[in-house]
Design a protein around this ligand. Structure first.
Ligand code: 2NL
Length: 360
């Protein structure tokens, strides 16, 4: 067999071996046998040195070509095998994330978290966005912008927790309501504004019915022609969605807040059924939230013209709403790490509150 015919036979054999290689290990063995230090092609290249110049002129380029073609064939087969291995791994490790969980998670959602989710779902459905802000606030956003004049007794009534004053004597504080969140949002946007601000608030007051940290949700609507009728309709729709009944009967009773004028408290008709309350029937009235038309001074403090813009705001205690709806007789266990209480009153984290499939 001539030398070039020998090369052709070699190429045919290795090419067939490469095509037949079943895995990366087999393929690497072929690479070593052909192109490794002692591989058949390498040995032939080494033999070039002993050839006549005429022979070398033919065999040199032929061997280079062979080496390059085998190298390319090895690379191509390698990436084909790697792709196949990856596809096989993906197929065997496939997870169907749409299947239901095999086991319920051990944890449960705290009733306060559940009610917060319900409130967000109800107000989102009415076109409100959820706004958030810092727990540590300054005097301006917590008080001044809300029409609490400096030295006004209403400031003392908030039982504020103050931080250590800085070098200039200025003390930050823990927000006493979530209104500062709405002030921050209103200062940074152009009406119409429709937001709710749920979150933790803090007051230095601790007894049977008060904890130093509790939860509040406030709402704010600012537009050109928003009036008290919108306020009342919005809140009655909210109560009916929250208590999951069409029977809600509510009344507005005049009240005073520095940041609204006029101000009111909203009462709902109710009766007790065990530890829970039934809303819409009975002969008792229960105060459920505070509300009013945003004071012109507050609109002005947020950089807007009260001649152009007006609106309503409201605020309510989330912990109390949770107690009323889910029949918990005592507030104190809310903030104790008692797994048995949570197992009894908690909610499945898999069932998200929404208006389509039911709130609770
Ligand atoms: C209550 C009463 C209320 C507001 C909160 C508010 C916020 C802005 C402007 C004006 Cl930015 N008002 N919030 C208004 C009326 C009542 O809360 O009893 N909360 C537990």
């Amino acid at each position: 067999m001539s030398q070039t015919a020998e090369l052709d036979a070699l190429e045919a054999r290795f090419t067939a071996d490469i095509a037949a290689a079943a895995d990366l290990k087999a393929l690497d063995d072929i690479r070593v046998a052909a192109l490794g230090k002692k591989g058949e092609v390498s040995l032939k290249m080494r033999a070039l040195g002993g050839m006549s110049p005429e022979e070398r002129q033919v065999m040199g380029p032929a061997l280079n070509g062979l080496r390059d073609r085998l190298g390319a064939a090895l690379d191509a087969r390698k990436s084909a095998l790697e792709d196949a291995a990856l596809n096989a791994a993906l197929a065997s490790e496939r997870v169907d994330v749409s299947l239901p969980a095999r086991r319920e998670p051990a944890g449960s959602l705290h009733p306060v978290s559940q009610v917060m989710e319900e409130l967000a779902a109800i107000f989102a459905d009415m076109g409100f966005a959820v706004a958030e802000g810092p727990d540590v606030e300054d005097d301006f956003h917590n008080f001044t912008a809300l029409n609490f004049p400096a030295g006004h007794p209403a400031r003392d009534m908030h039982d504020t927790f103050f931080m250590t004053p800085d070098e200039g004597g200025i003390a930050k504080l823990l927000r006493t309501h979530t209104s500062p969140v709405q002030i921050r949002t209103l200062m940074g946007s152009k009406p119409p504004v429709r937001i709710i601000a749920p979150g933790r608030v803090y007051r230095c007051d601790w007894d049977q019915t008060h904890t130093p940290m509790f939860h509040q949700v406030e709402g704010l609507v600012i537009d050109r022609e928003t009036h008290m009728g919108h306020l009342k309709g919005c809140l009655i729709d909210f109560l009916s969605a929250f208590f999951e009944t069409d029977e809600v009967e509510a009344r507005l009773r005049p009240h005073h807040f520095p940041f609204t004028e006029p101000s009111a408290e909203m009462d709902v008709r109710y009766e007790r059924v065990g530890d829970a309350v039934k809303v819409g029937s009975g002969d008792k009235w229960m105060e459920i939230l505070g509300c009013g038309m945003v004071h012109p001074n507050v609109i002005r403090a947020c950089g807007l013209d009260p001649e152009e813009y007006q609106g309503f705001a409201f605020g309510m205690g989330v912990d109390r709403l949770a107690m009323l709806k889910y029949g918990m007789p005592d507030l104190r266990p809310f903030f104790e790490p008692d797994a048995r209480w949570l197992a009894h009153y908690g909610f499945s984290p898999l069932l998200q509150a929404n208006l389509a499939t039911g709130l609770s």
